[in-house]
Write a protein that binds this ligand. Structure first.
Ligand SMILES: [Zn+2]
Length: 268
């Protein structure tokens, strides 16, 4: 984990998102005490703050049975670890339901999801946060109304939101002009409340608007365009938030300096 801090620093980042364990296996995160100490020390020295966990891709909090139980267990372990090493919290994709009525307002199938979220928050340190990431495909959290409903049902100040620009684009939320961005932010504010917006995943998209496909692209190389990123980075209600890239990288090696440098040129 300390290596991730070093790498973030090398590419000029000042905040970070990492996996606590293999993102495609059910393993509970573990960190040996010396490594925890090094992490805390290097985080402070390099000035990387905040740091978030991105939870495993296997998580599906909407399912009853083993998958749901493992999802809770995994997030509880992650948030407990976060508390011990100064990580702010976990960003999570909530999962999906077989018959998810993503277009409607019927959330009657979300009972397990709500009780799992309550269970996680009830068993973890008060200092940690849990961020719902908006979805770009037919999964839970595609619509802002749905996220708002979940947040209201769980009713815990530690439950926040992470907005991914690529997923907004895939889900058909147009924020490509000042007016459209204002419209979206006032929708978010009225349904969820802007103070609950914790961070932004800043990704361009390989796919077209409203496609319900969410393949990330490097900044400026996709269908979202630099104008939108410029609007986001400079918006007075957003500019103090952490912006995190999950771009493929210009060398296909993941988030890189070039993506960050392009974003920096857009800041007024
Ligand atoms: Zn994301």
């Amino acid at each position: 984990m300390s290596k991730a801090l070093e790498r973030a620093s090398v590419i000029g980042a000042n905040c970070l998102q990492i996996f606590s364990t293999s993102p495609r296996r059910w393993l509970l995160p573990k960190i040996a005490p010396p490594e925890a100490e090094t992490f805390i020390k290097r985080k402070r020295e390099l000035g990387i703050d905040p740091v978030y966990f991105h939870s495993t891709y296997l998580i599906n909090l909407a399912q009853v049975g083993l998958v749901g139980e493992r999802s809770v267990e995994s997030l509880v372990a992650e948030l407990k670890l976060a508390d011990t090493i100064g990580i702010r919290g976990s960003i999570v994709h909530l999962g999906s339901l077989k018959n998810n009525n993503a277009e409607g307002d019927d959330y009657s199938a979300h009972g397990a999801l709500i009780s799992h979220l309550k269970a996680i928050l009830g068993q973890t340190p008060e200092s940690t946060l849990l961020m719902i990431e908006n979805a770009g495909t037919r999964k839970i959290g595609k619509r802002i109304e749905e996220i708002a409903w979940i947040i209201k049902a769980v009713n815990n100040r530690r439950l926040r939101v992470c907005l991914d620009t690529c997923h907004l684009h895939a889900a058909g939320y147009d924020i490509t002009s000042e007016k459209k961005l204002e419209g979206f932010l006032s929708l978010f504010d009225s349904l969820i409340g802007l103070p609950k917006l914790e961070l932004i995943h800043t990704n361009d998209s390989k796919d077209s608007f409203g496609s319900l496909r969410d393949r990330h692209e490097n900044i400026g190389k996709g269908k979202i365009g630099l104008t939108t990123f410029k609007l986001l980075l400079n918006h007075k209600k957003l500019r103090a938030l952490p912006f995190i890239i999950e771009t493929p990288g210009f060398d296909d090696k993941g988030p890189d300096k070039k993506n960050l440098d392009i974003l920096r040129t857009l800041i007024d």
